[in-house]
Design a protein around this ligand. Structure first.
Ligand code: IMP
Ligand code: MG
Length: 177
């Protein structure tokens, strides 16, 4: 059995996204921006964020190998889908649901820098700052989270709970006490 505890309501999520969008718009005013969402988790955040960007935007997605039915990262990353559009010389904003160990975003930021992106910034909805395994910080952070397993607003456990509009902490059997 699983129990959910809401930590951010739909309204709180929306305010956080609006604030991130304002910061991105300010920094990229009068510039082109290729926004690259990391599937699957970023789909909801990405959809909300790009609709608030009053900029010349191109939307793209990448997909990386995922955790599967585990709450612990395997640490091994590879592309399941590479970017569709040419990004050489372009300003890129990588959009991710959550940064945890930092391995995913470090891998992607390096990939874009080494393959000729003009600039590569990162934007995360949530940041488990306490859980880094590598020295990497996102450029735009919505919500700083504790070391808990979170679901909703795109975040899943084994494909479940992504559709929930707020952010929730997930308690599985063994964590109930
Ligand atoms: P990182 O490479 O450890 O920073 O992992 C980031 C990825 O791990 C995210 O894209 C999520 O798919 C997944 N992840 C990390 N923490 C959570 C969580 O609390 N809930 C759901 N997915 C998570
Ligand atoms: Mg993910």
């Amino acid at each position: 059995m699983a129990i959910l505890k809401e930590i951010l309501s739909k309204e709180a999520v929306s305010e956080i996204v609006a604030d991130l969008a304002r910061r991105v718009c300010y920094d990229f005013e009068n510039k082109e921006l290729t926004v690259i969402g990391i599937l699957d988790g970023a789909f909801m955040f990405m959809a909300d964020l790009v609709r608030k960007l009053n900029l010349n935007v191109r939307v793209d997605f990448v997909q990386l190998s995922s955790y599967g039915a585990s709450t612990i990262s395997s640490g091994e990353i590879s592309f399941l889908r590479k970017p569709m559009y040419d990004f050489v010389g372009k300003n890129i904003l990588i959009v991710e649901d959550i940064i945890d160990t930092g391995l995913t975003l470090q891998y992607l930021a390096r990939y874009f820098a080494e393959n000729g992106a003009g600039s590569a910034k990162t934007c995360v909805f949530a940041d488990k700052r306490c859980c880094r395994k590598v020295l990497f910080e996102a450029d735009y952070v919505g919500y700083v989270a504790a070391d808990r397993f979170l679901v909703g607003y795109g975040l899943d456990y084994d494909g479940q709970y992504r559709h929930l509009p707020g952010l929730n902490e997930l308690f599985l059997d063994e964590k109930l006490g």
